[in-house]
Ligand binder design. Structure first.
Ligand code: 6R9
Length: 658
């Protein structure tokens, strides 16, 4: 990308200074940046000291054979011990680890660290009874219930890498993952609750087991939590394979002597979709990953002992791994774990939970924020949200308007917003404001956190000047980085390291821009950049321009082939509830608005008003499917959509036009 590229940088001049009290007591101050930059390895070694090691490491980083990193070489530790037992040993066993809030109202339960320790030991003993040995893989396919966390920690405790698969994924998706990582055991539930009704999970595991067998892989045992008690059908139980959790884990011993594993012992495999071909199994290991997750959770969220932290991600997404399970538990905090959706049984459910549980830090995704904007501020306004002191965002670039709304309506203008950039592959937050240091700028992820080296570079890997745009790269290894793609070192090198091989940079696949202050704006995946009459335009920028219009709640922009201009801008727009149908001239009004905000070149050729947008479970818009609609093609594979009926709604109901 050249400098002319993405030249329509958002003109954002709003700044939000850290609140004085937060700044005065912040975990991290501005000095941390220089200290870490002077000696990153010493910095990360200091952070690794947050953990309890059975054997100290000999070498902080072994980068002799790039891109294969070894962090804390020679060190040994147990991740589950670090997340649970050591807090109990330190006399904090009575502290609540999770305020669990089930989907059925009133289905709540508190689990202390001491109780969590018992549960994890029991589950570890059961997994061992089922034949799981250190190094075996265990798949977890569950709703958002405490047993999902317990299962993950039990795996970590015995050194059996877990692979968590979204409960919303199909049996095909599950089968291919079971086969790819050769999972020996699956932990699941009869079902979970979704919008007030039980929704079965176990039948999908049965199907996946048959499909995996067809691919030549045998799953030996399935451990089943009884969550909904729903009828699973007569032939859904195979005594040779299926084991009830309440008949095994609940009866198992609460004593389990943990063992320390090598710092590079595999902790988990998390599948993430590639642009082509089969999903990539991202491998994370133990010592470096836990260091990165624990430090960033403490630093970016300014964690204090009395905080009540709520990360709304699903456990089947990397955000749930790093910021529900490993980071927060390593730091011994109290969290909310919520099973349900934001708007069931009523639209204010999240705000009610914040009020009831006294949540102090909320970490969620822009897609959720935009859907609350769509519903209007009256709903959160009915609740007392004054316990909140910090807000976080992850998953996509946050549109400046959504950022300001989040800060103002949810945070009462008291709370900093940390826009955190990272990936499944990076394991930990890498680029983010620090709440006690950074003056926040709506829409910008700001600068790399201490200890991280990132850059925006051109095609040749040269750093762009301030005001320029290009590719986001990481120029030095970091502790929670992926170690490889499970079973495919070549694909690992090819996907992440080949693009800037000579320079040894990690290619993140995101486009970014540096503004005149040197702050970073992530513009989305590089394949989301369009070329209109030779001008490079970012989908994110046009989407943010649309969202800044008072009638618009949400927008997705794609480039569709166009005979005249190469690509043309096509926008799909959801209106705010209070805007009704937007009025007869809504399409022209919005086209004019984009023209005014960015320039004539960005004016959409087509705007379609739609009721919903296709999204993955982690809230990312699947633009590939919208491109199919914009180019009048049959819509492609929808198996990773959170709600696969959305595409029918869009295809049948598109209105508006040129
Ligand atoms: C944690 C997570 C990674 C991709 C990443 C980027 C996008 C995530 C972002 C963001 C702009 C942010 N992304 N956070 N873009 N600003 N704060 O989302 O992991 O599911 O692997 O997605 O998400 O495009 O490359 P993952």
């Amino acid at each position: 990308m050249s400098d002319e590229t993405l030249s329509n940088l958002l003109k954002e001049d709003r700044r939000f200074e850290p609140p004085a009290e937060l700044a005065a007591n912040a975990n991290v101050t501005a000095e941390a940046y220089d200290a870490a930059a002077a000696d990153p390895e010493a910095f990360w070694a200091e952070q690794a000291g947050r953990l309890t090691w059975a054997t100290p490491w000999d070498r902080v980083l072994n980068w002799d054979d790039p891109p294969f990193a070894k962090w804390f070489e020679g060190g040994r530790l147990n991740a589950a011990y670090n997340c649970v037992d050591r807090h109990v040993e330190a006399g904090r066993g009575d502290k609540v680890a999770f305020h669990f809030v089930g989907e059925p109202v009133d289905d709540t339960r508190d689990i202390t660290y001491a109780e969590l320790q018992d549960l994890v030991c029991q589950a570890a003993n059961t997994l061992i009874d089922l034949g799981v040995q250190t190094g075996d893989r265990v798949a977890i396919y569950m709703p958002m219930i405490p047993e999902a966390v317990v299962a993950m920690l039990a795996c970590a405790r015995i050194g059996a890498p877990h692979t968590v698969v979204f409960g919303g994924f199909s049996s095909d998706a599950l089968a291919s993952r079971l086969e790819d990582c050769q999972a020996k055991v699956v932990v699941t539930a009869d079902g979970g609750y979704r919008r007030g009704a039980p929704s079965a999970l176990k039948p999908a595991v049965d199907e996946a087991r048959v499909k995996a067998a067809g691919l030549g892989h045998t799953v030996e045992k399935v451990l089943v939590v009884r969550r909904t008690g729903q009828d699973l059908g007569a032939d859904s139980w195979d005594d040779a394979v299926d084991v009830w959790w309440h008949e095994s884990v609940d009866r198992a011993s609460t004593e389990h002597a943990h063992e320390a594993f090598d710092a590079e012992h595999p902790l988990y495999v998390m599948y993430t979709s590639g642009t082509t071909g089969k999903p990539k199994g991202i491998l994370h290991t133990t010592g470096g990953y836990l260091t990165g997750a624990a430090y960033t959770h403490w630093a970016v969220f300014d964690i204090k002992p009395d905080d009540v932290f709520w990360c709304t991600a699903d456990i089947g997404w990397v955000t749930g791994h790093s910021y529900i399970v490993y980071g927060p538990l390593a730091n011994g905090v109290t969290q909310v774990l919520y099973e349900g959706t934001p708007d069931s049984p009523e639209k204010g459910r999240w705000w009610q939970i914040i009020e009831q549980q006294g949540v102090t830090i909320l970490y969620t995704a822009p897609t959720a924020i935009r859907s609350f904007m769509k519903q209007g501020r009256e709903i959160p306004d009915r609740h007392d949200l004054s316990s909140l002191r910090l807000l976080g965002s992850v998953g996509e670039p946050i549109n400046p308007e959504a950022y300001v709304w989040y800060r103002h309506v949810i945070g009462g203008d008291r709370t900093p917003v940390v826009d955190t950039w990272w990936q499944t592959e990076t394991g930990q937050i890498l680029i983010s404001p620090l709440p006690g240091v950074t003056a926040g700028k709506p829409g910008s992820a700001m600068v790399p956190i201490p200890g991280i080296s990132a850059a925006v570079v051109d095609e040749e890997g040269r750093e762009v000047a301030k005001g320029g745009g290009g590719y986001l790269v990481l120029t030095k290894p970091w502790p929670a980085m992926l170690r490889t793609i499970w079973g495919d070192d070549e694909r690992y090198k090819e996907t992440y390291w080949a693009r800037f091989e000579k320079l040894g940079y990690y290619f993140a696949g995101d486009g970014a821009k540096l503004d005149d202050d040197g702050d970073l704006w992530v513009l989305g995946r590089v394949d989301d950049v369009m070329n209109v009459s030779g001008h490079r335009l970012s989908t994110t920028e046009i989407e943010s321009a649309l969202v800044s219009h008072p009638k618009v709640a949400e927008a997705a922009v794609v480039g569709a082939q166009d005979e005249d201009t190469g690509q043309a801008v096509c926008a799909f727009v959801i209106l705010r509830d209070e805007a009704g149908d937007g009025g007869a001239d809504i399409v022209e009004e919005l086209r004019a608005h984009v023209r005014k905000e960015i320039g004539p070149i960005a004016k959409p050729r087509q705007i379609m008003i739609v009721p919903e947008l296709p999204k993955t479970r982690s809230g990312k818009i699947m633009r590939r499917l919208l491109r199919d609609v914009a180019e009048n093609r049959e819509v492609g594979d929808v198996t990773t959509l959170a709600d696969s009926s959305v595409m029918d709604l869009i295809s049948s109901g598109v209105s508006g036009g040129r």
